[in-house]
Design a protein around this ligand. Structure first.
Ligand code: SF4
Length: 136
């Protein structure tokens, strides 16, 4: 004979808390972390194509490791817009730039295959130094 309970215990079960609703920024950060863990550069998400990491790029889960990163790349520039500044990738003739946060490039990101450490020509800052003016 089956036992009969005094009440329906299911009604008193503690239900799991509803999943936290993440902001669009947090969801994008999670997608970028996932694609980095999969060995691709996160900017590929925003530009809609596969963007491989540089062969010497540091591990995605170690921000202290040495190696090429977007923050030391010639193509990363900080652009101003409405009193804010945004790190963007100027490679591919600027086609990697949009007004959205999806194309913001973090300095710590491991570099993509298009990484460039710089240019041997004078930088814009160096070109501003004019000895004759400085000695006057
Ligand atoms: S070109 Fe440079 S700044 Fe642009 S995504 Fe690649 S490493 Fe980063």
């Amino acid at each position: 004979m089956a036992e009969l309970g005094l009440f329906d215990a299911a009604a008193y079960q503690v239900l799991p808390a509803p999943a936290e609703k993440l902001s669009a920024d947090r969801r994008r950060t999670q997608r970028q972390a996932a694609i980095l863990a999969a060995g691709q550069h996160p900017l590929g998400l925003a530009i809609g194509r596969h963007l491989p990491l540089h062969p010497d790029a540091p591990p995605a889960d170690d921000r202290q490791a040495t190696g090429p990163r977007c923050g030391s790349c010639w193509y990363r520039e900080v652009l101003g817009h409405h009193n804010q500044s945004y790190g963007k990738c100027t490679a591919d003739d600027g086609s990697r730039i949009s007004h959205g946060a999806g194309t913001d490039v973090r300095r710590w990101w491991p570099a993509c295959r298009d990484y460039s450490p710089g240019d041997t020509r004078l930088s814009p800052d160096a070109a501003r130094f004019i000895p004759e003016v400085a000695q006057a």
